[in-house]
Design a protein around this ligand. Structure first.
Ligand code: ZN
Length: 561
């Protein structure tokens, strides 16, 4: 009996449990070999990457094919996020997602254009029923692109389970060569209460990482006492591309016993925000390094397997321990880090006293902070921990700590602007002051009577800003009264320096036309193949509105045969 149990354990351990997932069901959604610029669950800002990013040879317009038989169950066109995206539901219950597309295949494109013209909106979302837009495995569904929040041409590809949880597509055999071990960039040790110390210090310590032969690592021996934890900064590289990717699995061991695991097979969208509690958020916002903590404090992430004592290591005086970390990629290439710990009480060590302010935040309670014309509402469960907030109001600027505490939800900042005269008041918005130069950046602002109400998730400094300048509009490929019979598109550049573009509306001869907005290059594009016009002399009109309501109108005549 014992032998059988062991063999079952080893089979599932060494095969990544892939036998649970169909291996030939899904095919490469592109007709070019898979080279990845992003892996599943890699660490991004405020979320885990929910799919794999497949490179498209620096081009847009590559054929995107259905990864398996099924039907188009959702189509979303958005200025942000996935840009133009398709969702295909398959008979086995999984859904595949294709993002940042430039265009859909003709039948789907016609379906989308119809909705866009009916709704007079570039942004649409539709949930076609089974049978309306059926697809077969390998059939053309779209063309790859760079729409939405994409930093260069690629296809974002996801496989989701029945509960809409994204899963690692590699589990289904969509894969690429990887023959090198993950790279460890840094290791940190964290004392986890005021009675715990590492090398005599009560604050997180960066350890000195020494590479060993064969790709493993060790650090200096540390003296420690009390409850401590470790964190790791690590990446993986694949054979066909030089970029950094996420790793697949991280395990830690105390004296040979596994005590913790991060397993990046699957997560749900409702928990992706807790990435900010998985990483050391302060290090991330101050130095952009993502240190993944190998201990669990107030973190409900399902990728965490807290096997022993939530990954926390209890170090006692006069003992020695060996702590090891194993980082693996999907192909089970692994790198080990070994840390020797000596338990040592340091009679001189003193805990650092936290900065005490009058503004104590109890994470379990609602908190209102008010001073002068500013009022801030933090809801229950906004933060992961209790702390003393740095809160300061000067004129129309409020300092809400530094952006070093992770949050779970938005909070509300309210400014009373009744001291502005009515004309000026209508031009105001709430801005976050960003970086060393304190550049004002618009945050979502509502206006109610004499109040500006902002909603944000980030601590930092916020102020009232004013935008009195309407957006600029400039034709990019035509001029007034020009003959443009050979143009396939109309292109216009739009921009707004202060509060940013909120909306736009374009017409030709009074009829609404679809203009695709690409915020990354400030361009609006109309495609003449939409066949909206059949006259020679045409009147083009565009109104662009910024986030406080300033409008610009541009009109031009053009001729076409
Ligand atoms: Zn992606």
């Amino acid at each position: 009996m014992r032998i059988i149990l062991f063999s079952v354990f080893f089979i599932s351990f060494f095969s990544n449990g892939q036998s649970n997932y169909p291996q030939d069901y899904f095919t490469n959604p592109l007709e070019v070999p898979i080279v990845l610029s992003g892996t599943f669950a890699e660490l991004r800002s405020n979320h885990f990457h929910s799919g794999m990013d497949i490179k498209t040879q620096h081009r847009t317009g590559l054929n995107v094919v259905a990864s398996a038989d099924g039907y188009i169950s959702r189509i979303k066109v958005s200025h942000w996020g996935y840009g133009k995206a398709l969702y295909i539901t398959h008979p086995n219950g999984y859904t595949t997602v294709y993002g940042h597309l430039s265009k859909f295949a003709p039948e789907i494109e016609a379906h989308v254009k119809k909705l866009q013209y009916e709704q007079e909106s570039y942004e649409i979302e539709d949930f076609p029923k089974a049978g309306v837009l059926n697809v077969t495995k390998g059939s053309l569904v779209a063309y790859s692109g760079n729409t939405g929040g994409s930093g260069g041409p690629h296809l974002h590809f996801e496989i989701r389970d029945k509960e809409e949880r994204p899963m690692n597509p590699m589990l289904f055999g969509i894969n690429t060569a990887d023959t090198t071990n993950p790279i460890v960039k840094s290791i940190y040790a964290f004392p986890l209460d005021d009675k715990s110390f590492i090398n005599g210090k009560n604050s997180k310590q960066k350890l000195t990482l020494a590479p060993l032969k064969g790709g493993d690592y060790t650090t200096e021996i540390i003296d420690a006492i009390g409850n401590i934890g470790f964190g790791i900064e690590t990446i993986d590289r694949l054979d066909l591309a030089p970029n950094s990717n996420g790793v697949y699995n991280i395990q830690s061991f105390v004296n040979g016993t596994q005590n913790y695991e991060l397993d990046f097979k699957r997560f749900s969208f409702s928990e992706t925000k807790h990435i900010n509690q998985l990483i050391d958020y302060e290090t991330y916002t101050t130095s952009k390094k993502r240190i993944q903590k190998l201990f669990k404090i107030n973190n409900p992430l399902s990728i965490i397997k807290p096997l022993v004592n939530d990954g926390i290591v209890e170090v006692q005086d006069q003992t020695s321990m060996v702590y090891k970390i194993r980082v693996s990629d999907f192909e089970s290439n692994s790198s080990w880090v070994t840390i020797h710990i000596n338990g040592k009480t340091d009679s001189l060590a003193q805990a650092e006293t936290p900065k005490v302010t009058p503004y104590f935040i109890n994470a379990n309670q609602t908190t209102n902070l008010k001073e002068g014309r500013v009022s801030v509402d933090f809801y229950k469960d906004t933060f992961y921990e209790n702390f003393y907030m740095d809160f300061e109001v000067k004129n129309d600027t409020v300092k809400l700590h530094e952006d070093v505490k992770a949050t779970k939800k938005n909070f509300k900042i309210t400014f009373d602007v009744s001291h502005y005269n009515e004309a000026d008041r209508s031009k105001l918005y709430i801005a976050q002051l960003i970086g060393n130069i304190q550049k004002p950046s618009y945050i979502s602002t509502k206006k109610e009577d004499n109040l500006l109400i902002g909603s944000t998730k980030k601590l930092g400094t916020y102020t009232i800003a004013s935008d009195t300048i309407a957006p600029t509009i400039r034709p990019a490929n035509f001029s007034n009264e020009q003959w443009i019979s050979n143009h396939s598109e109309l292109k216009i550049k739009i921009s707004d320096d202060a509060s940013g573009i909120s909306k736009y509306r374009a017409t030709i001869n009074g009829k609404w036309i679809l203009m695709e907005y690409e915020y990354k290059n400030n361009t609006l594009t109309y495609d003449f193949s939409d066949h909206i016009i059949n006259e020679t002399k045409n009147n083009f009109k565009l109104i662009v509105t910024d986030n406080v309501g300033n409008n610009s109108t541009f009109e031009a005549l053009f001729y076409r045969k």
